[in-house]
Design a protein around this ligand. Structure first.
Ligand code: GLN
Ligand code: ZN
Length: 737
């Protein structure tokens, strides 16, 4: 029997309703009651949609006000001691910190651009099952007439991705009874199946870990009602995993091709097979014919009693619906499927398999080609990836040119984007004000922020990025071959959504991308203003890329556009250029064996963009929210002159990564956590700088926030930057003899 299912649906709502209400609560404009009402409304909309699309296994528990790992941590009472006196809004305080308590750490969820909250399980923490939103949502939806499949992040993934002080096996013994209890409650509430999501099983799992996983799933009660879901890649230890004592197994056959090979060999007869057949990570329509053939081959071979067709991952990584795209050219729109449309595709595939005939062929996509770009890439030489002088020699020239003090201070690029800015931008988009009016408004903002930086006493300035609503979307609008969407929002972290552009053709720069604003800013000050570009790898990783050419080729195309942009900035007197690559690590394949290839072309793409710069031009790069330990060599190989990197939320762990690696370039460990509304003190910032000083030379260290200030407000930013400049001054005094 063939059925359809889903792993998760976007939570944000068709028009980002969730964001509005939750942020309203933070600002004190909305009540908790209103927030709960909105949740219920969204739960019903989502479940109704899925039912209308004939989805048999509709999940619940895939919804969160902030993050599902955080939800689970709170349900299990993993509340770090530092929060013990927080009475009000504990949940959001854990995520965002309070005035004097730093929040939990936040890092990228596998190789996606979603960030999850890292639970902290302290030693001897009393773990117990508190309230669970999954149960609440299940009961609520049941009352509304839906029979859903509760879905929870599984115990292995939960522990593996948490910050723990005890061995995982010890914690497993503590946590399994809690899962059992939760499952029991869900069963009592009427859940037939419960899905446990274990994406961590696609990582390079060790023998010991798989032993632990087996033990966990043996111990957990009601294990035969469990659907073990895996996604993002093929599973390591296929045989062990499909033979775990559970009722069904979910395998991703879009991003885990190895799963197909394994399936063709064996799948246990007595288990439900959940096949991830539709790409939950990209927006192109599924090739129905091809997918049907693969599925048919698999079911003929393994002959499962029930095969459930589902997306390869949760659909939270794609926008809600194409209905939001009113002005998209139809040639492109007809090639796309967002979350709602992907549900339709599932039914179509099922129908074709069951009825045996295909209704319509998918429009075939071959990206728009540009011969000149193709030739430029075909003719690249080794020297196009190499700056004209080695780092040490460049450094001398740059120092002479820039003459910066010890511990130079700077910010990462953006400054607060307030309501008036957003309103003005919208008015411009809606043709209510002219381009000239909009540009003059932006120029005013730039002037203001230059004045502000003068006043604060920063050393290297930025223009504030007011003209950009998003660092990738902005370039997506200006480059040929890619296109922004109108309403294609996806969740990035908490309530923050981004709108990834769609890459549909060869990429070409036909006009200047950033010159007007940067040069305007530079003309206002003697201090150097950084030219601000988003790197090729990040633009690629944060877009929905075409799939008809290899990823590296897309990255090189973007890199060439940036290379030309850098030349133009240099010609216009810009001395420092920052190429942001916050998504550099996130493209890293989950399996170690596939990493080298990625790193090699990703590094080359960065070098292709930057190596045309004059030796005097100081190239900066910025990365954030990743674990850097395992890519430190790649970071070095970028051959950037200065890098800024996140260090506050990971409590300086990143600094440690540099301990064993002789890093010679300059580096700014973010000393100010901009993802939290707190104002960090000078002392806190000094602490991080001092940690860095234990490992690096004073001449190497920059003082800066850990990311752009766009999401903060001026009231937080100004005092924080004042403290930051103060920290640099104290250090300078201390280290200048
Ligand atoms: N320059 C960007 C900014 O400041 C960098 C943002 C990022 O790393 N995500 O907004
Ligand atoms: Zn950043």
């Amino acid at each position: 029997m063939i059925l359809t299912g889903n792993i998760g649906f976007p939570t944000i709502g068709p028009h980002r309703e969730l964001k509005r209400v939750v942020e309203g609560v933070w600002r004190g404009e909305k009540s908790l009651d209103e927030m709960i009402k909105e949740r219920e409304k969204l739960l019903i909309i989502r479940a109704t949609l899925q039912r209308e699309k004939n989805i048999d296994f509709i999940p619940c528990g895939d919804f969160s006000f902030y993050d599902r790992m955080l939800d689970l941590a709170v349900s299990f009472n993993c509340i770090p001691k530092r929060f013990k006196d927080v009475r009000e809004n504990l949940y959001f305080s854990l995520a965002r910190g309070t005035e004097n308590i730093p929040p939990l750490k936040m890092v990228k969820w596998f190789n996606t651009n979603y960030h999850y909250i890292v639970p902290e399980i302290e030693k001897n923490q009393k773990l117990e099952l508190r309230e669970s939103d999954v149960l609440k949502d299940f009961l609520f939806l049941k009352k509304e007439g839906f029979s859903c499949i509760p879905t929870i992040i599984g115990p292995f993934t939960f522990l593996k991705l948490s910050n723990t002080e005890e061995p995982l096996t010890t914690l497993a013994e503590k946590i399994i009874p809690l899962y059992s209890l939760l499952l029991e409650k869900l069963k009592q509430a009427g859940a037939k199946w419960i899905s446990l999501e274990e994406p961590a099983l696609v990582l390079d799992v060790t023998e010991e870990e798989i032993k632990m996983v087996k033990e966990m799933y043996k111990q957990i009660k009601y294990n035969h009602s469990i659907i073990l879901q895996t996604y993002f890649e093929s599973v390591s230890f296929y045989d062990e995993i499909v033979n775990l004592p559970v009722g069904g197994t979910g395998l991703d056959i879009v991003n885990g091709k190895e799963n197909i090979n394994n399936l063709m060999k064996y799948f246990p007869e007595d288990k439900l097979l959940f096949l991830g057949v539709i790409n939950g990570r990209n927006v192109w329509k599924t090739d129905i014919k091809k997918t049907v053939n693969v599925v048919k081959r698999i079911i003929e071979k393994v002959n499962p009693s029930i095969c459930v067709l589902q997306p390869s991952t949760s659909l939270m990584f794609v926008p809600w619906s194409l209905e939001g795209e009113k002005n998209m050219p139809s040639e492109i729109k007809q090639l796309l499927a967002f979350a709602v449309e992907k549900l339709d595709e599932l039914s179509t595939i099922k129908k074709v398999i069951v009825e045996g005939k295909i209704k319509q062929d998918t429009a075939e996509f071959t990206g728009i080609k540009r011969e000149n770009i193709k030739n430029r890439i075909a003719n690249l030489k080794e020297s196009d990836f190499q700056r004209s002088l080695p780092y040490k020699e460049r450094r001398e020239k740059q120092q002479k040119m820039l003459n910066l003090p010890l511990f130079p201070t700077t910010t990462i690029g953006s400054f607060p984007q307030d309501k008036i800015l957003r309103k003005t931008r919208k008015m411009y988009k809606d043709n209510l004000i002219t381009e000239e009016e909009y540009k003059s408004f932006i120029r005013e903002k730039i002037s203001h922020v230059i004045g502000l930086q003068e006043g604060l006493g920063l050393d290297v300035f930025v223009h504030g990025e007011f003209e950009r609503s998003d660092m990738v979307e902005y370039f997506g609008e200006k480059l040929e071959g890619m296109m922004p969407t109108e309403n294609g929002w996806v969740l990035s972290y908490g309530t923050r959504c981004i709108r990834p552009p769609i890459i549909f053709g060869d990429i070409e720069r036909t006009k200047s991308l950033t010159k007007d604003e940067i040069v305007f800013a530079q003309n206002l000050t003697e201090k150097p203003v950084k030219g601000m570009l988003t790197g090729a790898v990040t633009i690629l990783n944060w877009s929905f890329p075409r799939e008809d050419i290899p990823r590296y080729e897309i990255a090189y195309q973007i890199a060439l556009a940036l290379r030309d942009e850098i030349r133009e900035l240099e010609e216009n007197g810009i001395k420092i250029i920052q190429i942001d690559e916050p998504a550099f690590r996130e493209g890293l394949p989950l399996k170690k064996e596939k990493r080298e290839e990625y790193i090699s072309w990703a590094v080359k793409a960065f070098r292709l963009a930057t190596s045309g710069a004059k030796p005097e031009t100081q190239i900066h790069t910025h990365m954030c929210y990743s674990e850097f330990g395992d890519i430190i060599e790649a970071i070095d190989a970028l051959d950037a002159d200065v890098i800024s990197i996140e260090a506050t939320r990971s409590k300086g762990e990143i600094i440690q990564a540099f301990e064993n690696f002789k890093y010679e370039r300059e580096i700014g460990f973010g000393v100010y956590d901009i993802h939290s509304p707190r104002i960090p003190s000078t002392d806190e910032m000094l602490k991080i700088a001092n940690r860095a000083l234990r490992i690096l030379k004073k001449e190497q260290i920059w003082i800066n926030p850990d990311c752009g200030l766009k999401t903060r407000n001026w009231k937080e930013v100004i005092p924080s930057l004042r403290n930051l400049v103060q920290a640099a001054r104290i250090l300078r005094k201390r280290y200048t003899t």
